[in-house]
Design a protein around this ligand. Structure first.
Ligand code: SF4
Ligand code: SF4
Length: 438
C-alpha cells in the first residue's frame, strides 16, 4: 500500500512503524473472509482492510478521529483472526493499537461513554476493586432485567459463576520433591476473583511436576484491558512495573518461565518487548520478559506431562481462544496435551471465529458480542460434548453467561482437566454432572 507520510512525521518512531505496517499491506482483502465483524455486518469498514484505511487516513492526515473512524474501530474485536489469514504478514495488531491510542487522544466521546470506559479501565485491572464489583453485581442480579443494557451486561457476566473458594495467596509454592524449575504465575486480576479454581489447579499441577511457583504479592495487571481501551499511558505504566519486578526476581534467581493461564494476558505479555522497544532504560528487560512468558500448555509441552489417563474417554469440545490461537499462535498444544491424557478432543466448526468476549467488548459492543456468542454455543453444542474446555477466563465467562442462549454443557479451563488427569481433584463444576462414557 502506498503511503504519503512527510519526513517530519516519519521522524516519530511510532509513525515510522505504522508506515512499515501499512506498506506491507497489498489490500488483497483476504483478511475480510475470516473477520467476524465483516462476516456479520458485511460492511467494508467493519473488516480489517477497511479499518486499515481508516487508521492510515487518520495518521497520514494527522487529523482528529471522526465519528465514523471511532464507530468502526470500536467494533473491532482485536481477535486477530485477520493476522492469521493475511498472506503478507501485516501486523494489524500494532496498527490497531496505534489507531486506538490516536482515538483516545483526539476524540471526545459522549460524557457517559467516556466515564464508563474510564470506570472499566480502573476497576477491571484492580483485583481489590473488582472484588467489590463482583459483590455488587451479585446483589444487583435480581434487578438486572430492569436495568439499562450497559449495566445489565456486566452484572450478568460477573455474577453468573459464583465459585466458592479463596483466591490464591501470594507466596512461594514449593515443588513436590526436588525442584526442577522456578516460575512466576500471573494469577490475573479478574480470573482469580471469578474462578479461583483455575489458579489452584495451575499451582497444583506445576508443583507436582517439580516447579516452584511464585505468586507475587504486588502483582500488577498485565495491561491488556487498558491497552484495548486505547488507554496506553496507564497500560505502559503497569507493563513497566511488571517488567522491573520480574527482572529483579530473574536476576536474583533465574526464572524458567512466567506462566500465564489467561490467554488475553499472555498475548500482551509476549508483546512487552515491542511495546517498550523505544524505552532505552527497560527495553532489554521487556524483551526478556516476553521471551519468558508462556501459556501453561506451552510450558507443559516443553517440560512434558506425567499423564495418568482419566477414566471414561470423555468427549471434550475445545474452544480455542482468539488470544491463544491468533494472538500467541498457541493452538495445537492444548489439544495435544488433552488427547495425551485420554480425553477425546473435538473442535467446533468455524473455530477461528471469536466467541464475542474479547476483553471489554462484550460489555461495550454487546449486540455483536451476543450474536457471536450464540454462534459459538451452537457450534460447540453440535458436537454433543461431555465437557467444554477453554484457555481463557473471558471466553469461559462469555459462554456461560446468563441471558440469551446459554451453554448446556459444563465449561472449564483446560488446566483444570490436565490437573485432574495427572492426579489432581476432579473439577468441582463437574460434580453432579453425568458424564457420558463413550
Ligand atoms: S490480507 Fe493482509 S495484505 Fe491483504 S488486505 Fe488484509 S491485511 Fe492487507
Ligand atoms: S481483529 Fe478480528 S474483528 Fe478486528 S479486523 Fe481483525 S479479524 Fe476483524
Amino acid at each position: 500500500m502506498q503511503t504519503n507520510f512527510s519526513k517530519t512525521q516519519l521522524s516519530d518512531p511510532n509513525i515510522a512503524d505504522a508506515n512499515d505496517i501499512l506498506r506491507s499491506c497489498v489490500h488483497c482483502g483476504f483478511c475480510n473472509a475470516t473477520c467476524p465483524t465483516y462476516d456479520l455486518v458485511s460492511d467494508e469498514l467493519d473488516g480489517p482492510r477497511g479499518r486499515i484505511y481508516l487508521i492510515k487516513d487518520m495518521l497520514e492526515q494527522d487529523r482528529l478521529a471522526s465519528k465514523t473512524d471511532v464507530h468502526h474501530i470500536d467494533r473491532c474485536l482485536s481477535c486477530l483472526s485477520c493476522m492469521t489469514t493475511c498472506p503478507s504478514g501485516v501486523n494489524y495488531k500494532h496498527l490497531l493499537d496505534h489507531g486506538r491510542r490516536h482515538i483516545e487522544e483526539t476524540y471526545s466521546r459522549k460524557f457517559i461513554d467516556q466515564t464508563f470506559r474510564t470506570f472499566l479501565g480502573h476497576v477491571l485491572p484492580n483485583s481489590k476493586l473488582f472484588k467489590y464489583l463482583k459483590f455488587t453485581a451479585i446483589m444487583a442480579r435480581p434487578f438486572a432485567r430492569i436495568l439499562p443494557e450497559r449495566l445489565r451486561k456486566p452484572i450478568l457476566l460477573v455474577s453468573n459463576r459464583r465459585q466458592k473458594g479463596k483466591v490464591v495467596t501470594p507466596m512461594i509454592y514449593k515443588a513436590d520433591g526436588a525442584r526442577k524449575y522456578r516460575v512466576i504465575l500471573l494469577t490475573g486480576c479478574v480470573q482469580d476473583i471469578l474462578e479461583p479454581s483455575i489458579n489452584q489447579a495451575t499451582i497444583r499441577i506445576l508443583n507436582r511436576h517439580g516447579c516452584e511457583v511464585l505468586v507475587h504479592p504486588e502483582e500488577e495487571c498485565c495491561g491488556s484491558v487498558n491497552q484495548n481501551l486505547g488507554q496506553q499511558n496507564r497500560a505502559i505504566s503497569l507493563i513497566k512495573a511488571n517488567v522491573a519486578r520480574w527482572s529483579e526476581i530473574d536476576k536474583a534467581a533465574r526464572l524458567d518461565g512466567i506462566i500465564v493461564n489467561a490467554s488475553g494476558c499472555g498475548s500482551i505479555l509476549k508483546d512487552y518487548g515491542f511495546l517498550l522497544r523505544n524505552d532505552q532504560q527497560i527495553s532489554k528487560e521487556a524483551g526478556k520478559g516476553s521471551k519468558l512468558a508462556c501459556d501453561i500448555t506451552e510450558f507443559f509441552k516443553r517440560i512434558g506431562l506425567n499423564e495418568t489417563l482419566v477414566p471414561g474417554n470423555l468427549r471434550v469440545a475445545y474452544q480455542s481462544p482468539c488470544s491463544m490461537q491468533h494472538g500467541q499462535k498457541v493452538d495445537r498444544q492444548p489439544i495435544g496435551l488433552l488427547s495425551a491424557c485420554g480425553f477425546k478432543v473435538v473442535e467446533p466448526k468455524d473455530r477461528h471465529l471469536c466467541c464475542g468476549s474479547a476483553g471489554t467488548y462484550n460489555i461495550l459492543q454487546s449486540e455483536i458480542a451476543e450474536k457471536l456468542k450464540e454462534r459459538k454455543i451452537e457450534a460447540l453444542s453440535e458436537l454433543s460434548p461431555d465437557i467444554v474446555a477453554s484457555g481463557n477466563i473471558g471466553c469461559i465467562m462469555q459462554l456461560s453467561q446468563a441471558g440469551g442462549r446459554e451453554m448446556q454443557h459444563p465449561i472449564v479451563h483446560t488446566v483444570e482437566l490436565l490437573d485432574w488427569a495427572t492426579g489432581g481433584p476432579k473439577p468441582k463444576l463437574l460434580d453432579g454432572v453425568t458424564l457420558r462414557v463413550s
